[in-house]
Design a protein around this ligand. Structure first.
Ligand SMILES: [Zn+2]
Length: 322
């Protein structure tokens, strides 16, 4: 009997595989395997890591392949949904990886592949902050900025799948270059990596910051940004506030354009630093048109690390149409 589903979240730093009871409405994770993917790059190495994690999940849970109804795989990258191919995932250095085919051939389990942000958005829609809502904008702010639009409880993809990319709306015509190749995108101003490069630039120019002591030349993670803010570090708070100004401006534009019932904010920077969430919401509401901000509610994402794996098991059902 097919009693289970497997959800997988494959991101730039980790792969998380979770076994979920198919009939549990709350989609509680029964068993999970988490592995770091930081050093594994490229089609071959990432696939090997993924298969290793899945084999371990079967081993620790003592479940047979025949008992699993479907695998939902969420990948941080561009996906061709019909063939289940990862066209491009720059954080993992994947190119044209036919991962659906590989998994179906090995495990003989029906597999669907999705983008990680859309899976997380569906997770939040069905079981998290988006329950009882129809039209939602989900924005995840971490290393980059990912987002997804939900219209009438379905993901809206647009003509070629890029709908809802708020991270790449242009906030400065003559501005910083963005990872997408464009210029002046919101992601280059309001993501954690944007804050990191601004702080590093100031330190290089001779400004003093507690960040130097805290990080010991490692990269400036959300944890260190929070510690520096708590210590009232001037440089950190200047660039965090700058990021909040841009982020709230971007969200206000999205509110005016899309007029959603609900905006769900998630991702490391939002989950890790309450001050960023609260200030962003307040400013976005103040900057948007009154008619838009009156009806738009804000909530924090609620499923945390599990939004991707849970969403991946549900996404087929809530996937598009447009
Ligand atoms: Zn961009």
């Amino acid at each position: 009997m097919k009693k289970y589903d497997i959800g997988i979240d494959l991101g730039g730093t980790k792969v998380l595989c979770a076994l979920i009871d198919k009939n549990d409405k709350e989609k509680k994770v029964l068993f999970e395997i988490k592995k770091k993917t930081k050093k594994e790059k490229g089609n071959k190495k990432v696939t090997a890591k993924l298969l290793e994690a899945l084999d371990e999940l079967f081993e620790i849970s003592n479940i047979k392949k025949e008992e699993v109804d479907s695998i939902g795989l969420a990948v941080a990258g561009q996906i061709e949904r019909t063939s289940g191919t990862v066209i491009d995932a720059c954080n993992l250095n994947l190119k044209n990886l036919e991962i659906k085919k590989i998994l179906e051939e090995k495990y003989l389990i029906k597999t669907n592949v999705f983008n990680d942000v859309e899976a997380a958005a569906i997770g939040e829609l069905v079981l998290g902050a988006g329950k009882n809502h129809n039209n939602i904008l989900c924005v995840f702010i971490g290393t980059g900025i990912g987002s997804s639009l939900i219209i009438n409880k379905k993901i809206y993809h647009g003509a070629s799948g890029s709908a809802g990319e708020i991270g790449h709306i242009i906030v400065d015509l003559n501005g910083r270059s963005c990872s997408c190749g464009g210029v002046g995108c919101l992601e280059a101003y309001a993501s954690r990596s944007a804050i990191e490069s601004r702080i590093q630039g100031a330190i290089k120019k001779g400004r003093k910051s507690i960040i130097t002591e805290l990080t010991q030349a490692q990269h400036i993670s959300t944890k260190y940004i929070k510690q520096a803010l708590d210590a009232h570090d001037e440089v950190t708070s200047q660039y965090v506030n700058e990021a909040i100004e841009y982020l709230s401006g971007g969200l206000a534009s999205a509110m005016n354009f899309f007029n959603p019932e609900l905006i769900i904010l998630g991702g490391g920077l939002i989950q890790g630093i309450d001050e960023i969430y609260l200030k962003t919401v307040k400013l976005a509401k103040a900057k948007a048109l009154k008619t838009a901000s009156e009806k738009t509610e804000f909530k924090k994402a609620q499923l945390g690390d599990y939004s991707g794996v849970i969403g991946a098991t549900l996404t087929e059902e809530y996937n598009n149409v447009f």
